[in-house]
Design a protein around this ligand. Sequence first.
Ligand code: NI
Length: 136
Amino acid sequence: MKVTVNRRAHFNAAHRLHRKDWDDEKNRQVFGKCSNPHYHGHNYELIVAVTGEIDEQTGFVMDLKDLKELIYNKIEVPFDHKNLNVEVPEFKDLNPTAENISVVIWRKLRAELEPHLDLEVTLYETPRNFVTYKGE
Ligand code: NI
């Protein structure tokens, strides 16, 4: 019997969509105002879903207190109120689109979870635009 436990988290961050190997015109053409050289911010909403068997002794799939701390230490502390392009090493040469941010988040959390647990990450860049990644 597999159950999914979810934890919602939040961070504010600035970014710019930009490829160094494209000129300004090409960047503007593809990324529009998201390529603004002065950056812009988003209120990111993150939902982390962990699926697994219910542990017979605890009744938990995983302790949500542990998941909360994991998300806080691995995602919120390094990402919140940061400029992703400049201050977060993973995006030094990786465009910080919602897609790429979700993959980075998934990898960071995956490394900390027990192998028998499945992980899916949902990242809202705006209330209407969101992406999901589950490691495929
Ligand atoms: Ni943006």
